[in-house]
Design a protein around this ligand. Structure first.
Ligand SMILES: Cc1cc2nc3c(=O)[nH]c(=O)nc-3n(C[C@H](O)[C@H](O)[C@H](O)COP(=O)(O)OP(=O)(O)OC[C@H]3O[C@@H](n4cnc5c(N)ncnc54)[C@H](O)[C@@H]3O)c2cc1C
Length: 309
């Protein structure tokens, strides 16, 4: 573990030290020893907050030299993905062959310089509604492997962290993300407000799970965390001839069924307002929200259509 010299020891508003551990346990030890320290991976989210004056960490623990979290491996039918994998690395063909939707999300996450530095772990812990990997991880029902003091490791579903049901305790670091190897089509689509790299207005991930005869879908950016339209998933899964689902897809679903799926997903994620308790007139959705709902419907329809194509 190496430590940089203090930058400005007498200014309480300035970061005092940067520690660069080379193992997860060293990172946890550094964070435990300095409760005011903040972990930093690629810094693409954190430094925006620092530069804007929203965050003034007393110390930083850099995760960039921890080689054990910068790669991925197979384990018991799962991929164990290091939290330090960059978006650029996840976008490469070898990764895309096994985790196509995650690779597509990583390729869509900002401009090249951001993808070269930004990491999967940072995307998760930042938990921005527009985080591109988040709907994919929700659809994959991914699980975090969190490193804690004393060499402890605990697992928690990504969705628990994103919903706030479980938080990272002081000193804990996300080490890995466990995702199932489904060997089946997976898609991610994102709508933005302009051409070129930008944040999602809405996104949709679809994952086929032939072994469980399941379709899993998650919609991003329209709520604080990805939304799973469970009834729509179950309905469309019942229409699919699972004996025909292969790695390359090739299962036809009638255009009306795809359209109905898109509408079902969109209505679940952006429902109509409910009438007030006095039975008064139900307020209409504003035009911008109706447009967003149409966007979600189109994304979900196309994402499923491409997965089955
Ligand atoms: C110009 C620009 C465009 C962007 N566009 C997109 C986009 O289109 N889509 C998108 O999804 N994102 C986008 N982002 C956001 C950002 O690049 C991603 O969220 C990125 O994945 C963050 O990763 P990082 O390694 O840089 O995180 P950091 O900035 O290093 O850290 C972010 C937060 O996570 C914590 N953290 C990081 N790693 C761990 C860990 N292993 N354990 C515990 N805590 C950890 C940090 O303490 C911090 O709170 C953009 C950012 C910029 C600057």
């Amino acid at each position: 573990m190496s430590t940089h010299a203090p930058h400005a020891p007498h200014d309480p508003g300035v970061t005092r030290s940067v520690t660069l551990p080379t193992t997860l346990d060293e990172a946890v030890a550094a964070l435990t020893a300095m409760p005011a320290a903040v972990p930093v991976a690629g810094g693409t989210d954190l430094m925006v907050d620092v530069n804007a004056g929203r965050l003034r960490p007393a110390a930083l623990v850099g995760l960039g030299r921890i080689s054990e979290i910068r790669s991925w491996e197979y384990q018991d039918g799962h991929g164990l993905l290091g939290a330090g994998l960059t978006h650029a690395r996840m976008g490469r063909p070898d990764f895309a062959a096994l985790f196509p939707a995650l690779a597509a999300a990583a390729r869509a996450a900002g401009p090249p310089q951001t993808r070269n530095a930004g990491t999967l772990g940072g995307n998760i812990v930042s938990a921005a509604p527009t985080g591109d990997t988040l709907p994919v991880l929700a659809a994959l029902e991914a699980v975090l492997v969190v490193a804690g003091p004393g060499g402890a490791r605990r697992e928690t579903p990504v969705s628990h962290l994103l919903s706030g049901r479980e938080l990272l305790n002081p000193g804990e670091v996300v080490g890995h993300i466990r995702v199932p190897l489904l060997h089946a089509p997976q898609t991610f689509l994102k709508a933005t407000g302009r051409t070129g790299p930008s944040r999602a207005l809405a996104s949709a991930a679809v994952v086929l799970d032939p072994a469980r005869r399941g379709v899993r879908c998650a919609v991003g950016a329209v709520a604080p965390m990805p939304l799973r339209p469970l009834e729509a998933e179950q309905w469309v899964a019942s229409l699919i001839d699972w004996s025909m689902v292969r790695v390359a897809g090739g299962v036809a679903l009638a255009p009306e069924a795809l359209r109905a799926f898109g509408d079902y997903v969109a209505m679940a994620c952006i429902p109509d307002p409910v009438p007030g308790p006095d039975g008064g007139e139900t307020p209409a959705l504003p035009p911008a929200v109706l447009q967003l709902r149409r966007t979600v419907a189109a994304l979900a329809r196309r994402a499923l259509g491409r997965a089955l194509a």
